[in-house]
Design a protein around this ligand. Structure first.
Ligand SMILES: Nc1ncnc2c1ncn2[C@@H]1O[C@H](COP(=O)(O)OP(=O)(O)OP(=O)(O)O)[C@@H](O)[C@H]1O
Ligand SMILES: [Mg+2]
Length: 308
């Protein structure tokens, strides 16, 4: 396969703050590649360097054979961007914005089609300043696609979208990929990454700690069994750690508990709970998900970083 994007030993600091310490990655032409990682881990900085919007301190970015620094103007013409923090003039109307952007690089889908696809047809005459957050977000994705890019960069595309709009956005992004456009996306939603991305990389503190298909990342953390339930937040769940083959007990906000282990761990958890008078109605068995793998990879002192 041909590479759409090659990043080699990228480094970028803002003053004393190192945002990207050392990132190398390769996005294949025609795939959806996801960049995952905690807030501040360097994802936006990385994709901005890929788009030629930011100049790295060291390393190299190549986009379809073009150098993102020396050929920045050319790179920007073949890359469609939905930036994490964008704005348009408040009085610019939705249809005007799409029409304007479509003139930058003719040959893309008709902008009227994007208006329909992204659920903005009834907002076509609305000024940008009067759009809701989710409507603005959808407009930015449509604008990223209107110039028929070879590569589209989506930085938190579905943040702020309602659940139905998210599903629609996933289908549209798949359709974009199926028409041959390469997609580089940043997301905090692991269900979205699992569903959409052909391959992902996980960034922690400006370095990649894991990469592969979502299934490879899940298998990489052991592909374990998980018992999930909710418990009143003050409940002492220390006894769960003593159950044979339990590796980890994770408690989340709202009393969510995930007990991970191997073998018949779910049955043993159920038994231990009931024998202590705890009968959660929502006890369920799960396989590991990308979210579990992500949490294991990104937690302080997590397995990904044990080796440095
Ligand atoms: N323009 C800037 N000036 C100074 N520091 C910056 C700037 N942009 C980003 N940073 C810092 O660089 C680090 C990486 O930021 P970046 O925006 O790349 O992270 P991110 O992974 O996209 O995070 P998020 O998930 O919150 O969007 C952060 O510590 C941030 O504070
Ligand atoms: Mg960001």
């Amino acid at each position: 396969m041909a590479a759409a994007v090659t990043v080699e030993a990228l480094r970028k600091a803002y003053g004393a703050k190192v945002a990207v310490a050392d990132v190398s990655l390769r996005v294949e032409e025609g795939e959806i590649f996801g960049l995952l990682g905690p807030n501040g881990s360097g994802k936006t900085t990385t994709v901005e360097c890929v788009q030629g919007l930011r100049r790295a301190d060291a390393g190299r970015v190549d986009v379809f054979g073009l150098d993102a620094v020396h050929d920045a103007a050319h790179v920007r013409r073949i890359v469609g961007s939905q930036l994490q923090e964008s704005a348009l003039p408040d009085r610019l109307r939705v249809a005007e914005a799409l029409q304007l952007f479509s003139t930058f690089q003719p040959g893309g889908p008709p902008w009227q089609e994007l208006l329909e696809e992204w659920g903005l047809a009834d907002r076509r005459n609305t000024a940008f300043g009067d759009l809701s957050g989710g409507q603005r977000q959808r407009l930015f994705v449509a604008l990223a696609l209107v110039a028929n890019p070879r590569l589209v960069v989506l930085d938190e595309m579905t943040t702020g979208l309602d659940p139905a709009a998210r599903r629609v956005a996933w289908e549209l992004v798949e359709a974009v990929r199926d028409r041959g456009t390469t997609v580089l996306m940043v997301t905090h939603f692991m269900d979205e990454a699992e569903r959409l991305c052909d391959r992902v990389a996980v960034l922690v503190s400006g370095r990649i700690v894991a990469r592969g298909t979502p299934a490879e990342l899940v298998a990489g953390v052991g592909g374990r069994h998980v018992a999930r339930f909710t418990a009143p937040t003050a409940t002492d769940l220390g006894f769960l750690r003593a159950i044979p083959d339990v590796d980890e007990v994770r408690t989340g906000a709202g009393g969510d508990v995930a007990v991970t282990g191997s073998g018949p761990v779910v049955a043993r958890v159920g038994h231990a709970l009931v024998s202590r008078g705890l009968e959660p109605e929502d006890l369920r068995a799960d396989g590991s998900t990308l979210e579990d793998a992500y949490l294991a990879l990104t937690e302080p002192g997590g397995r990904a970083r044990e080796g440095g």
